[in-house]
Design a protein around this ligand. Structure first.
Ligand code: ZN
Length: 447
């Protein structure tokens, strides 16, 4: 049992209660949350929460873990230029490199407040081994709740797609491997640590037939669907030339709207498309840092939320967001929304909701995670706000979202302490850093 006492608590429960009080965890569940001091519990670990803010753990809704060992390349390129530089490097990934990359990327997510991570893995080079198993092992080792994808690409250059033919797969193989992954790994239990997502990569790397068949498969198996959509104007032009429609018209025609679907980026939607996304409950993973790094644009996050679309936050792959820090996405989402839409566009609490409740809704986990309530899973972060960086800021949520990323005193995932005093308890960071350097050097040196 863990008792966090004397902290500022932002519950994000139905009444949006905030107070100075306590949170009590027993096993993997929250058993008490309220203002004032906690009752005494025999044998409990008591965490002194004075000077701290307790929030629900963050949910990362878009990432490519394997990219952690291909950071810093094509630093000044557009999306399509960046992709064509990186595809040949990604064609050489293996179980070993994906395992190291996933451990590092998940470690960084944990250190920046993330308790549940979705991953979009879509590069399965021939002979690369069981890459999904490698990242699932990494998530278990780091200790995060994990929603990995069995992604895919089947539209290579010979079919008018962008990726080289060596990294695309056959459609029937993809569908069989995806179904096998669901059967092997997907756990639908309420306290599940592992759920599989069906995620063809994007319209310009996947055939329409695969998009349609993947949707049918996902719905037959009762799992979520994810893909990249409307990230750049290049993609819009490509869709117009190839299919004579917008990316969303194309996706919708293939069955890709609904509350079981979320799109990464969703930058270039017009008013009627935003309305359609809201009406269908289709979600968007907003990745402000990556979008800015690639100069792709700024998603209309506030308009999407107002329309009823759940908008979660994502760091995206580390090859287009070398920081991989989820706490920074809250601040960037807020700053970019205001730069685009004025001072009322997005509030500090809305940014926090995107990182927690909305992300949980996107993954279909809103009854289990995303807020601090009795009966929900014990996924939470304890942020220290009384050091030089934040001391004196009267509103702790404003301090968290507008200030520099605070020290993370404690991160609980399913009731387990994964981070204590800014340090991972589960994997050795120095060893991991050495492995990352060696893996990236080997990957770049291989012809
Ligand atoms: Zn992405």
């Amino acid at each position: 049992m863990i008792v966090i006492d004397g902290a500022s608590v932002v519950t994000l429960d139905r009444q949006r209660r905030e107070f100075v009080g306590h949170v009590v965890v027993d096993g993997n569940q929250i058993v008490a949350v309220g203002p004032g001091s906690a009752p005494a519990y025999d044998g409990a670990r008591v965490v002194d929460g004075r000077g701290c803010l307790v929030t629900p753990g963050f949910v990362n809704t878009h990432q490519h873990l394997y990219q952690w060992v291909t950071r810093g390349l094509a630093a000044d390129a557009t999306l399509f230029g960046w992709l064509t530089t990186l595809y040949p490097v990604w064609a050489r990934i293996s179980e070993e490199s994906v395992h190291v990359a996933a451990q590092a990327a998940l470690a960084q997510l944990a250190k920046t407040g993330c308790t549940t991570a979705a991953d979009h893995h879509y590069v399965f080079p021939r002979g690369g081994g069981d890459l999904l198993a490698a990242e699932i092992a990494a998530a278990a080792e780091v200790g995060l709740r994990f929603h990995p994808s069995r992604g895919s690409m089947d539209r290579g250059q010979k079919d008018g797609g962008l990726p080289p033919d060596s990294v695309v797969e056959d459609r029937d193989e993809i569908l069989a491997a995806t179904e096998a992954a669901i059967d092997r790994w997907h756990d639908p239990a309420p306290d599940s640590m592992l759920q599989i997502v069906v995620a063809p990569c994007s319209p310009f790397s996947v055939s329409g037939e695969l998009m349609r068949d993947a949707a049918v498969l996902a719905r037959r198996k009762g799992v979520r669907m994810h893909t990249h959509l409307a990230e750049t104007t290049d993609e819009g032009d490509w869709c117009r030339e190839t299919f004579n429609c917008t990316p969303l018209e194309y996706a919708a025609e293939l069955g890709w709207t609904g509350s079981d679907v979320w799109f990464a980026h969703g930058i270039h939607f017009d008013d009627s498309e935003i309305k359609q996304l809201g009406q269908t409950g289709t979600g968007v993973a907003h990745c402000p840092s990556s979008n800015a790094r690639l100069g792709a644009g700024i998603a209309r996050a506030a308009d999407l939320r107002a329309a009823g679309s759940p908008v979660g936050l994502g760091v995206d792959g580390a090859a287009s967001n070398e920081a991989g820090s989820l706490i920074e996405e809250l601040r960037h989402a807020l700053l970019f929304a205001r730069a685009r839409g004025g001072p009322q566009a997005l509030g500090v609490r809305a940014a926090l909701e995107m990182a927690t409740l909305d992300g949980a809704r996107i993954l279909g986990r809103e009854n289990e995670i995303g807020s601090l309530e009795v009966g929900k899973l014990a996924d939470l972060a304890v942020w220290r706000l009384d050091t030089l960086d934040h001391a004196g800021i009267p509103d702790p949520v404003a301090a968290l979202v507008l200030g520099t990323p605070p020290p993370l005193d404690l991160l609980l995932v399913n009731g387990h302490a994964v981070v204590e005093h800014d340090t991972l308890t589960t994997v050795d960071e120095a060893t991991l850093a050495t492995q990352v350097s060696k893996t990236q050097a080997d990957l770049l040196a291989t012809p």
